[in-house]
Design a protein around this ligand. Structure first.
Ligand code: PA5
Length: 461
């Protein structure tokens, strides 16, 4: 199992900046009630995502993903995911964590799946260059799969990308359009209607599984499975962490501990929450966490309708790189942060540092390896944070395999749900995202949204 070490947030370690046993004692009853509430839910509302690692939903999704995979040609060279936000971040995070960082650069016989491109933006430089590269290697798109992912089926960015891809495929010939797999709502929405009409294979994003909680649904499982990731292992890890996060004893429940610590810290003015993995492979996972924490907890209204402007700002950092960029601020700048370090128990590579005799002052490095150096840097950073009385914690992942990554994802999803309850907000809506979407529709000329375009012009001139 993952190890969560919150000692760096305690008074014992960082003095008055830390939380004391008395703080936990005060909250013991409310945490117990919260865990009881999680046990009591039938998970048929917006928390339906909690059923993802368990049968029957788990088996349904594995069957659905495997049957789409079985029907695809065996020599796929490019998988292009079209999606944004929760429909894209999970695919990128899983692939980075569980496949090699040079995956797209190595020959096909050295990879267990196609090259992966996730188009998670409408930046023309990204979309244009990526599609050109896909076409360079596969001019007729016979060895390319386009996985369009949109729960609503109407997100402007994904719809625009998809229109570009569809036209490109139609141009390349009728058989090319067979290269589309649509992941969307099982019954509703424009993408569902289109997919049913055109006969594209589809995968479901069930009700109650919002984008940022969907990585362990077919949204993330299909691209992961195509790229050789053990998706059963991911779900096994999530199920194991689920059991731990339902432990009725708050002191033994990692999600309750983490949620309580971070919410308490935010209440004490430490509302910037940094995730700093000491692993490049986990850097996209920190982006996934940023969306989960920000969009779920950043809410103007409490459940009772009062204006509370709740939330904490998630920040991505990378060890050891950001020791040379951010740590100065984290140690001596405003005391408004909690720094979460993520350590790996084992790396796939060690990379020895050779002993050299050309510079005496650098000889101490020789004979060690990069794992030792990276670990030393992390411990040194933890020490430095404690020394300056800055709250910090460490999550240790034994090694980057599918069960561990499933555990990590589940820990944060459960922590987010509990943090939402502690803050008294709805973690499953995102009303503030709507204004920008409606205004974009207006500016792009969507009928019915003319008023939005006028409002933008009146306000911005
Ligand atoms: O977490 C969320 O709900 C959002 O980030 C959505 O995933 C994102 O807006 C994309 O929505 P859709 O999947 O409907 O295209």
């Amino acid at each position: 199992m993952l190890r969560l070490d919150l000692a760096g947030c305690t008074r014992d370690r960082i003095g008055d900046a830390g939380l004391g046993k008395d703080d936990l004692a005060v909250n013991q009853a409310s945490l117990q009630a919260l865990i009881k509430q999680l046990h009591g839910s039938d998970c048929n509302g917006m928390d339906r995502w909690r059923k993802l690692p368990h049968d029957p939903l788990r088996a349904d999704h594995l069957d659905a993903v495997n049957s789409v995979l079985d029907a695809l040609p065996g020599d796929v060279e490019n998988l292009v995911v079209l999606g944004i936000g929760g429909s894209a971040l999970g695919a990128t995070a899983l692939h980075a964590a569980l496949n090699s960082l040079t995956w797209n650069l190595v020959p096909r016989d050295q990879r267990s799946g196609p090259r992966l491109f996730v188009l998670d933006n409408v930046d023309p430089d990204l979309v244009g260059a990526t599609l050109r590269e896909v076409r360079r290697v596969d001019p007729d798109f016979q060895r390319t799969i386009f996985n369009v992912v949109s729960k609503s089926g109407e997100t402007a960015e994904t719809a625009a990308q998809f229109a570009i891809v569809q036209s490109m495929l139609e141009h390349a010939g009728p058989s090319s359009t067979a290269r589309i797999v649509a992941t969307t709502d099982p019954t509703h929405g424009t993408l569902r209607t289109l997919a049913d009409a055109r006969g594209w294979p589809t995968l479901p994003v069930p009700d109650g599984v919002g984008g940022r909680f969907s990585v362990l649904s077919p949204v993330g499982l299909f691209p992961a499975a195509m790229c050789g990731i053990d998706i059963q292992g991911l779900l096994d890890g999530a199920a194991a962490m689920d059991a731990a996060c339902l432990d009725p004893d708050p002191a033994a429940n990692p999600a309750a501990q983490l949620a309580w610590t971070l919410v308490s810290m935010a209440r004490h003015g430490r509302s910037n929450h940094v995730m700093m993995p000491y692993s490049n492979r986990l850097s996209p996972m920190a982006d996934w966490y940023r969306q989960l924490w920000a969009e779920s907890l950043g809410k103007r209204h409490g459940l009772d309708g009062a204006i509370i402007n709740a939330g904490a700002t998630p920040i991505r950092a990378l060890g050891a790189t950001d020791q040379h960029s951010q740590i100065q601020l984290y140690r001596e700048g405003p005391d408004d942060k909690v720094i979460g370090l993520v350590a790996l128990g084992e790396h796939d590579e060690r990379v020895p540092i050779p002993v050299r005799d050309d510079a005496e002052t650098l000889q101490y490095l020789g004979g060690h390896d990069l794992v030792e150096l990276l670990d030393a840097e992390r411990l040194a950073t933890e020490y430095a944070l404690v020394e300056s009385r800055r709250p910090n914690f460490t999550i240790t992942i034994p090694r980057l395999d599918a069960p561990s990554v499933g555990q990590f994802i589940w820990l944060w999803q459960m922590t987010t749900a509990m943090a939402g309850a502690l803050l008294g907000i709805d973690p499953y809506d995102q009303p503030a995202v709507e204004t920008g979407k409606q205004a974009t529709f207006g500016l792009m000329g969507r009928p019915g949204y003319e008023d939005w375009s006028r409002r933008v012009k009146d306000t911005l001139g």
